[in-house]
Structure formats: C-alpha cells, structure tokens
Design a protein. Structure first.
Length: 135
C-alpha cells in the first residue's frame, strides 16, 4: 500500500492525503520561489520532519527509560542555498526541554537521539544539521 496521494490543485499548491489516516497537508511554494507562501513548502516539510522525528525518537527513548518529555518544544529554521541550484543548505533546530526537569543521565539520553533519527540518517550529508538543546 502506498503512503500518500498527492493532487496538484493549481497555483503552485498541492493537497496531500495520508492514505492510512485520511489526514491532509497542503503545500504551497514559498514567496521567494514564485509561490504565495500560505502553507508549508515541500522543503519546510523536510526540515519540520527532522524536528518531529527527533522529538518522536526522544519520546520513545524517554518511555524506555521511565521518564517523560511531554511539553518539550522545537523551533526549526530552514536555510536555503541558491547556487548552483536551490536546495536546503542547513536545518537548525532549537529544542527546549527545560519544562521536563531532566536529570543529567536523561539529558545524555536525549542528546544521543539525533544520531538515531531515520530522517537525519536519510538526509544528504551536505545538508548541515545544527541541533541544540536547552535543559
């Protein structure tokens, strides 16, 4: 079974449906690339996907070790390169776990997570991944 179905709806916009759940995501080309910027761009989804993947793996690790990261947040910044071709040059993610009151051991577990994230491991090595943690 396929994962998603995509329809191009015009004006540089797509509607994407997750087959299993029926949930939808709309993408829009960014303003700096002839779009309206009214929704996530495809490259925004890549960067945000990295943030979400790391938080999900962190939650799994926390569960396995008997603690919670509920309330943790992440702020994602996508940096685009223009030459020679438009591409993601860097993804900067700032995580805040300060509301979780983690021990040093728990913080160490969380800091190891980016190296285990399937999205991180799937991105081209030329894409710089700058990940910071606030505890």
């Amino acid at each position: 079974m396929h994962t998603s179905e995509t329809i191009y709806t015009g004006n540089l916009r797509t509607t994407n449906t997750h087959v299993r759940s029926g949930q939808q995501i709309i993408t829009d080309a960014p303003v700096d690339n002839k779009g309206k910027g009214e929704a996530f761009s495809p490259t925004d989804l890549v960067a945000t996907g990295l943030c979400n993947c790391i938080l999900t793996i962190a939650a799994q690790a926390a569960d396995e070790h008997g603690f919670s990261i509920e309330g943790a947040t992440g702020k994602t910044t996508k940096v685009m390169a223009q030459l020679p071709l438009r591409r993601i040059a860097e993804i900067v993610i700032e995580y805040d776990f300060s509301m979780c009151n983690l021990t040093e051991k728990q913080q160490t577990i969380i800091k190891r997570v980016p190296s285990l994230c399937p999205v991180s491991l799937s991105l081209h090595p030329d894409i710089k991944q700058t990940i910071t943690f606030k505890f």
